[in-house]
Write a protein that binds this ligand. Structure first.
Ligand code: FES
Length: 146
């Protein structure tokens, strides 16, 4: 497949995640949750996590909020990646793993969009489990997290 065809394919996958987001919704009484905002655009995402019986494995994870196609699609992909992993594994999940899933080159501004969900999820896990905060994630300092 040519680079062009491959990039088109990735774009279609991104669009599909945007239109049919996986794990979109709210978990009532979530074990972990956080809200993140991208101050560049005001877009926000909230992430909710439910742990399994071991208290470590992510049994369910959902997100709500609004944002551009990249932020929503990346968060949707992240929901699929995070399920079944432990809090520790997700806390140390390399952003490149998510970027590989997205598959298209991103400008620095778009990179912030793509990292909004991952950063917010890591903050939620940190608050609930004390896992490491996402230092070194793209422009983390610029994201407003509550
Ligand atoms: Fe707001 Fe992408 S433009 S998160």
């Amino acid at each position: 497949m040519s680079d062009f065809a491959l990039e088109n394919l990735y774009r279609e996958v991104i669009l599909d995640h945007y239109k049919n987001p996986r794990g979109h919704g709210v978990i009532e009484h979530a074990d972990a949750e956080a809200e993140g905002q991208n101050p560049l655009c005001g877009d926000e995402v909230s992430i909710y996590v439910a742990f399994g019986e071991d208290g470590e494995t992510i049994d369910d994870v959902k997100f709500s909020g609004r944002g551009c196609a990249i932020s929503q699609a990346a968060t949707s992909m992240l929901m699929e990646m995070a399920k079944g992993r432990t809090a520790e594994q997700v806390a140390t999940l390399d952003k490149d793993e998510l970027l590989a899933e997205i598959g298209v080159p991103l400008t620095p501004v778009r990179l912030k969009c793509a990292m909004l969900g991952l950063t917010t999820l890591k903050v939620a896990l940190h608050k609930a489990k004390g896992t490491p905060l996402p230092e070194g994630l793209a422009d983390f300092d610029d994201l407003e997290l509550t």
